[in-house]
Design a protein around this ligand. Structure first.
Ligand SMILES: Cc1cc2nc3c(=O)[nH]c(=O)nc-3n(C[C@H](O)[C@H](O)[C@H](O)COP(=O)(O)OP(=O)(O)OC[C@H]3O[C@@H](n4cnc5c(N)ncnc54)[C@H](O)[C@@H]3O)c2cc1C
Length: 420
């Protein structure tokens, strides 16, 4: 393992920080690939990289700040079940373990089932996720790679896969007066149970599946509900709706524009339950209000609705805060990403981003990203870094630019993939 000397070029402030002591996971000084996030996207990438010959824990290090397995799913509300969620796709290789979300227990909370299955998956494939480790900043190391600062010390990476999801970045639109509202205001991650709203007049804002789920749970518990959406609500059973949404997100990501709302492409599912709820007036949305007042909201026509609580189910943004030092933002406000790869920095991958932000998209990202990562590691080195820069004993650079880590990948894959 490298001693870490010589790591961290100009503008890599984390290089001067020492390793954090105390209990918790240990980090190597560096690795060929660091994956940030062990949700569906990060696990899928890690599984494919392992199959392609990387060794978790040395060549490949997966970091996650969560307390346990499950990615964002571990934090979802108790009442959410796998059949009230959309379809949750299986991770690659999950079938080899005899696990499938399609046949999982629908009576258990989705957060428990997903956390349980992810944990078994991580262990069976020895993915060696290091948690809790929070990546606080990512800096260029001056040699084409990265230096990550974390709450457990620094770690270098030749290639970085960011798979941080969106859960920590709920988006709440600005509304005049919202700061003075006297009632309860939460965003989707703050929702625990309909009981918290018993007897209250609740405004639910947002046109997605979460908003619909909240309204259905609140029926008969809240004193009254009102639903406001930016666009008219469309219930659809068009099988191509998802394709349109993915295409729109892909176009935006390639152009570096802010990502569109997925619902703007898919509409809401026209299930019998949703259609019946619309029929009885529960799922009938009003256009957005114009301002929030201390005890309710004012509609554009000047009328007032008194409310005790507002649930902002108004979407999420990608968790890219720690990537800020890389200055990836385009003038249009987005980040340019093609096939899960940053256009500005080809050694940076964003798995689960934009068109990949679903469990099926995250799975596809895993395959596509892992192949590109391995190709990047194999690429000739234009300006070789000193031997011993990376933390993996098998992944030292050589003067000729050969990368020993992946050059023998096929053999190692055969030797070390008991699951295949
Ligand atoms: C309410 C809700 C319901 C959904 N239901 C479905 C559904 O039914 N089907 C479906 O396909 N999709 C659903 N989605 C979308 C879903 O989020 C994705 O499908 C998928 O689970 C996301 O996986 P991910 O790996 O991209 O992100 P996550 O599961 O969020 O995992 C990201 C991980 O990165 C970690 N992380 C982030 N930043 C850092 C950092 N700086 N340092 C260290 N670790 C970090 C987080 O701790 C987290 O564990 C839903 C989304 C929401 C909000």
């Amino acid at each position: 393992m490298a001693d870490g000397k010589g790591r961290g070029g100009p503008g890599a402030p984390g290089a001067k920080h020492g390793r954090t002591g105390g209990p918790g996971p240990e980090l190597p000084d560096a690795a060929d690939v660091v994956v940030v996030g062990a949700g569906q996207a990060g696990l899928s990438v890690a599984w494919h990289l392992r199959r392609l010959g990387l060794t978790p824990g040395s060549d490949l290090v997966v970091l996650d700040r969560g307390p346990g397995a499950g990615g964002a799913w571990q934090f979802r509300w108790e009442s959410l079940r796998l059949d009230t969620a959309h379809k949750v796709d299986d991770l690659p290789g999950m079938g080899e373990l005899g696990l499938s979300f399609a046949t999982a227990d629908r009576t258990r909370a989705a957060r428990e089932v997903v956390a349980d299955y992810y944990e078994r998956y991580e262990q069976a494939f020895a993915l060696d996720v290091r948690r809790p480790v929070e990546v606080t900043g990512v800096h260029e190391d001056g040699r084409g790679g990265f230096l990550l600062t974390t709450d457990r010390g620094d770690i270098g990476a030749r290639v970085l896969v960011n798979a941080g999801g969106t859960w920590a970045r709920p988006f709440r639109p600005y509304f005049a007066g919202a700061a003075e509202f006297r009632g309860t205001q939460i965003t989707t991650p703050g929702y625990r149970s309909a009981e918290d709203f018993r007897g209250k007049r609740v405004l639910v804002v947002g046109g997605g599946t979460s908003a619909v789920g909240f309204l259905r749970e609140l029926e008969g518990v809240a004193a009254a509900t009102v639903w406001a959406t930016r666009r008219p609500v469309e219930f659809t059973d068009d099988p191509d709706a998802g394709v349109t949404a993915v295409r729109m997100a892909d176009e935006a990501a390639r152009a570096g524009r802010p990502l569109p709302s997925i619902v703007s492409g898919t509409g809401l599912p026209a299930t019998p339950e949703n259609l019946a709820a619309a029929e009885r007036g529960l799922l009938v949305a009003r256009p957005m209000f114009s301002s929030v007042e201390p005890d309710g909201v004012r509609w554009a026509d000047g009328t007032f609705a008194p409310v005790d609580a507002i649930i902002w189910a108004t979407g999420f943004r990608a968790e890219l805060t720690h990537l800020a030092p890389l200055r990836l933002r385009e003038p249009g406000g987005g980040v340019r990403v093609e096939q899960g790869r940053s256009v500005r920095n080809p050694r940076l991958f964003l798995a689960g981003f934009g068109p990949q932000a679903s469990t099926i998209g995250a799975n596809r990202a895993g395959r596509a990203v892992a192949r590109q990562v391995v190709a990047e590691l194999r690429a000739p080195v234009a300006d070789p870094a000193p031997v011993g820069w990376t933390g993996s004993p098998r992944s030292t650079h050589t003067g000729s630019g050969a990368r020993s880590m992946v050059s023998s990948a096929p053999d190692r894959t055969r030797r070390r993939s008991p699951m295949t």
